[in-house]
Design a protein around this ligand. Structure first.
Ligand SMILES: Cc1cc2nc3c(=O)[nH]c(=O)nc-3n(C[C@H](O)[C@H](O)[C@H](O)COP(=O)(O)OP(=O)(O)OC[C@H]3O[C@@H](n4cnc5c(N)ncnc54)[C@H](O)[C@@H]3O)c2cc1C
Length: 481
């Protein structure tokens, strides 16, 4: 019971959502479950499920072997950082990896980590950095589990040189819907159905990941402020050739001659010689603590066209026209939003939708058009990020492919947001693009089929390994994945 209480407290802390937590054993499962209302990071579309956190592969297999829930399906869940409901299952069973969170081994000579699936990227950084190893790919938050990173095949600012997360995974153990465990490698089709497969092929229980060698924990960053969308795209293309990491933070409300104006930050890990003398004693220093906590409640409507315009203008004007060689910490460069715990509350009780699209190279006019559509609309995107992707991997539902990707954040209750996103879908599809499943909250199933041409292959593998449909999520139900 003490262990269970600890888990409840831990799970509440990890997921960032307080109780009430009701312990129940209604399904007579070997592991206790709690009835929980869950959301993703955007805090929209809550649904209630039984939540279990097995402590071992055997416990997890036992849960999968139980008679399936009468209503709803079974779905894995990491740290709940996908934006909508990929890790939820209304009325079903959610398998949290909160207690499968041990780093099994770390080969500090080769940089190979064997981790349970609930290990977070932050945990891996804390363990790896003292020996000079960093995660091979980092999304904009380090509060992501290894299981979640594989299931969404996440990308980072280095996609143009490193590809997405699964490219650095040597193998993983997957508990299939019948509870059987299989070790899969990139040579097998199950690997590439699971990478980007949003938890719908089984529960990843552990993975072997190749880390990236770094000489220090600081990043040497160049910042460029661009005047418009043409310059933004030009500089991003140039920086892809020069730097390992690059991204543009764009002013979504700028119009006319300033459309698409951005602050581009690009860099690489610093060499020991780049460090000031005072920092050379501790070249791998890393402080993962969040500096600030967001208040628990924000008034609705705080993020609106007026406040976003003020914030965007101030932030753009404050950025240097050109600054070279600035040393930034991992937190400052990779995860600026992690500095404020629960920053997602700033959007108020209605939550927010993130929309991220990809269009192939050659569709630059579509990128420009999307900025025109967004800047002319009453909706205001607070965090707007433009980047170029490199080669895709073989993930059947992996999002990245060579081209431009734009991520936009909108308060969910903005009037007219739905029609705007529908028009963006149409633009994206007409240019052979797609939206990111880890962030999607509203794309229609028929539109998704046009976006992901390998969906039939994915469905075929799903039908083979899960003929009775044990696995499923609120997302997969809506999209017929
Ligand atoms: C601030 C912020 C910035 C972000 N930036 C980026 C970015 O730059 N690039 C990017 O690619 N993504 C980004 N994301 C999205 C995030 O990286 C992904 O959604 C990731 O999957 C979240 O991992 P998680 O552990 O929280 O998984 P969850 O959100 O809990 O689950 C995500 C999916 O993974 C599945 N899953 C989780 N664990 C397992 C497992 N053990 N076995 C099988 N399936 C599993 C779930 O079923 C679900 O479908 C960002 C998110 C936030 C909040």
């Amino acid at each position: 019971m003490a262990g269970q209480r600890a888990w409840l407290a831990d799970a509440a802390a990890q997921t960032g959502v307080a109780g009430p937590w009701m312990v129940s054993n209604m399904r007579a499962m070997p592991t206790s479950t709690v009835t929980r209302t869950l959301t993703g990071w955007g805090r929209i579309a809550p649904s209630t499920a039984e939540l279990a956190a097995p402590e071992s592969d055997a416990e997890a297999a036992g849960l999968l072997r139980q008679p399936p829930p009468a209503v709803g399906a079974v779905i894995p869940r990491g740290l709940g950082r996908s934006y909508n409901n990929a890790a939820q299952s209304a009325g079903g069973l959610v398998l949290s990896t909160a207690r499968l969170n041990r780093i099994v081994s770390l080969d500090t000579a080769a940089g190979v980590a064997v981790c349970e699936a609930g290990v977070s990227l932050e945990q891996l950084m804390v363990a790896g950095l003292p020996a000079g190893w960093f995660v091979p790919v980092s999304p904009g938050t380090r509060q992501v589990t290894i299981g979640g990173a594989i299931a969404a095949d996440v990308h980072g600012k280095n996609h143009h040189v490193a590809g997405s997360f699964a490219s650095h995974v040597r193998s993983f153990d997957l508990l299939l819907p019948d509870g059987e465990s299989r070790t899969v490698t990139p040579a097998g089709e199950l690997f590439w159905a699971t990478a980007g497969g949003m938890g719908l092929t089984g529960l990843i229980t552990r993975a072997t990941v190749q880390l990236k060698r770094v000489e220090t924990s600081l990043v040497k960053v160049d910042t460029v402020r661009t005047a418009d969308i043409d310059e933004t795209m030009e500089v991003l293309a140039e920086h892809d050739r020069k730097y390992g990491y690059t991204v543009a933070w764009t002013d979504s409300l700028a119009r006319g001659g300033a459309l698409g104006r951005s602050v581009i930050t690009s860099g690489d890990f610093a060499a020991p010689d780049d460090l000031p003398a005072a920092a050379r004693d501790e070249p791998f220093a890393f402080d993962p603590r969040a500096r600030l906590g967001a208040p628990p409640v924000f008034p609705p409507g705080l993020i609106n066209r007026y406040t976003v315009r003020l914030a965007n203008t101030a932030w753009y004007l404050k950025a240097p026209r050109l600054r070279e060689g600035e040393l930034q910490t991992i937190g400052q460069f990779f995860h600026p939003l992690d500095g404020i715990r629960n920053w997602n509350r700033v959007y108020g009780p209605g939550g927010f939708r993130q929309y991220q699209y990809l269009v192939p190279f050659g569709a630059e006019a579509a990128v420009r058009r999307s900025f025109e559509m967004v800047s002319a609309h009453p909706a205001a995107s607070f965090v707007t990020v433009l980047k170029r992707f490199g080669e895709s991997d073989q993930g059947l539902l992996s999002f990245p492919a060579p081209g431009w990707t734009l991520a936009l954040d909108f308060p969910a209750r903005t009037g007219g947001l739905g029609p705007l996103l529908d028009r963006l879908d149409a633009l994206v599809v007409s240019h052979g693009g797609r939206v990111y499943l880890a962030k999607d909250s509203r794309v229609p199933a028929a539109v998704l089929e046009e976006m992901y041409p390998r969906l039939p292959e994915f469905r075929k593998i799903r039908a083979e390994i899960d003929p009775s449909g044990v696995l499923g999520s609120d997302l997969s139900l809506r999209l017929g994945l």
